[in-house]
Design a protein around this ligand. Structure first.
Ligand code: CA2
Length: 144
């Protein structure tokens, strides 16, 4: 059975492609899910692709990942900059964690420079648009 990678997405990313295309591009989250699923099959992985606007739901999914996932790719969205709860949950996960940001957070407001999640992330991909998810998956194929 191929290894399972969770791809978790935080608040407001359900609106990807529908607002602020100059920052986030025009692809929707459904497009990202499809491209990740196709790539995962090509490189011998499986994906569980999830999005929530609720912090507790992301924490619960990270706990579930402890049971069946070999790696976690996470775009925590605004929780990146606020959530010790998401950080603490990720610290309880033993496999590789890659943090992805579609935009270059360091070119934006200064409050986006700090990530709680990065204290746990093994790698961080920022500013490469939705291509960052694909790069993270390719890395998982090597390390998960
Ligand atoms: O660049 C990223 O991927 C972010 O994680 C996106 C978050 C933001 O709070 C982080 O600082 C950086 C925001 C996600 C909101 O998603 C939207 C997508 C399209 C339109 C409106 C919101």
């Amino acid at each position: 059975m191929s290894k399972l990678i969770y791809i978790l997405n935080g608040p407001n990313l359900n609106l990807l492609g529908k607002r602020e295309p100059e920052i986030y591009g025009s692809a929707t989250l459904a497009d990202v899910e499809t491209s990740c699923a196709v790539l995962a099959t090509e490189i011998g992985l499986r994906t569980r692709f999830l999005q929530s606007n609720a912090e507790h739901q992301l924490v619960d999914w990270i706990h579930e990942a402890r049971e069946d996932a070999s790696g976690i790719i996470i775009n925590p969205a605004a929780f990146t900059h606020t959530s010790v709860a998401v950080l603490d949950a990720l610290k309880m996960f033993d496999g590789p964690v890659i943090e992805v940001h579609i935009s270059n957070v360091h070119q934006r407001e200064s409050f986006r420079d700090h990530s709680y999640v990065s204290h746990r992330s093994d790698g961080v991909i920022v500013g490469l648009g939705i291509h960052g998810y694909e790069l993270a998956l390719r890395h998982m194929a090597k390390v998960a």
